[in-house]
Design a protein around this ligand. Structure first.
Ligand SMILES: [Zn+2]
Length: 312
């Protein structure tokens, strides 16, 4: 029994139902497909958190139409009222191997990014870094490759690393000049041509849509970066999509909002529109690398409008 300082019993049940039980599930209630972890065929998928970054929704999407954030307030953080973007990775448990998609921000991200917890998140799953056989990158921006190496050594010593050939060529060239957003948001050692240099010979690149890994194909999604991809996992007739940075938030995916940090902004919007339409048409679960908690859902089309149906 909980008591006040005066020894009066606290009505825990009433407090609980008033403060938590009625409010939290209202978002859950939108989905009849509650799942602890995502499972696609024989592959279990676990979202792993490395860190986060948070900012004003209006500042992150300066061209969003009036009313966007009132309509999407359920996607803003309830404590801060801001847009919370997680940073992390997906652990894929195949029947005979373990893989990661993306690998977070790294140990010492530059503010406003926070984190560096991916090693602990992996450990919480009972996995040793030595057990990871493959790391597949949606693209090579600093907040997706952070734990590929640590202090000049591979973080996953037995892994083969995979990315799009165009993305590799662009980011790993000797004369790479950091872009303005990279200078602002990343440390020099976080950029691909530095971070990935110790594991250059462990990379396999793909061209087109076949990653070369069983059950894993891509939808090219250029614009945010030259070789950005959405990755499609297929197992036992089921599919899901890892969207990388096709959209940096759920409202951006659903409402088609323009993110200001893109290599080619119009191309990024074309990629977003085309993948959003694909997801709605196929009805397959999707998650993106900066959705809060790297959560899952489906894109549902209703006439010319789209909505997000959460899973879990
Ligand atoms: Zn990113």
């Amino acid at each position: 029994m909980w008591e006040t300082a005066e020894g009066q019993p606290i009505a825990v049940t009433g407090l609980h139902s008033a403060c938590f039980v009625e409010k939290v599930p209202e978002r859950r209630a939108a989905s009849a497909e509650w799942k602890e972890n995502m499972r696609i065929g024989s592959v279990e998928i676990v979202s792993l958190i490395d860190g986060e970054v948070e900012g004003s929704a209006e500042a992150m999407y300066p061209t969003a139409p009036a009313g966007t954030w009132e309509r999407n307030k359920m996607h803003l953080n309830r404590l801060s009222g801001k847009l919370l973007m997680s940073v992390g990775a997906y652990l894929l448990r195949f029947p005979n191997r373990l893989a990661l998609i993306d690998c977070g921000n790294g140990p010492n991200p530059k503010p406003p990014f926070r984190g560096g917890a991916l090693r602990s998140s992996i450990a919480s799953q009972g996995v040793d870094p030595e057990e990871i056989s493959d790391v597949i990158f949606t693209h090579l921006h600093f907040d997706h490759i952070g734990w590929a190496t640590h202090e000049g050594k591979p973080s996953f010593p037995n892994a083969t690393f995979h990315c799009n050939q165009l993305e590799w060529e662009y980011n790993m060239r000797e004369d790479y000049e950091p872009q303005e957003f990279e200078i602002r948001s990343a440390n020099p050692q976080d950029l691909a041509h530095v971070r990935l240099a110790p594991i250059r010979d462990r990379f396999r690149t793909w061209s087109g849509t076949d990653t070369g890994l069983p059950g894993m194909t891509t939808i090219p999604a250029p614009g945010h970066s030259v070789g950005s991809c959405a990755i499609i996992l297929e197992s036992e007739g089921e599919r899901c999509a890892f969207l990388g940075d096709v959209a940096h938030s759920i409202p951006a995916l659903i409402d088609g909002l323009r993110f200001p940090i893109n290599e080619n902004s119009d191309q990024a919007m074309e990629s977003l529109y085309s993948i959003r339409s694909f997801l709605a048409q196929e009805g397959i679960p999707c998650s993106a690398s900066h959705f809060p908690g790297l959560c899952w859902g489906k894109v549902v089309r209703n006439g010319s409008e789209y909505r997000w149906a959460p899973i879990g």
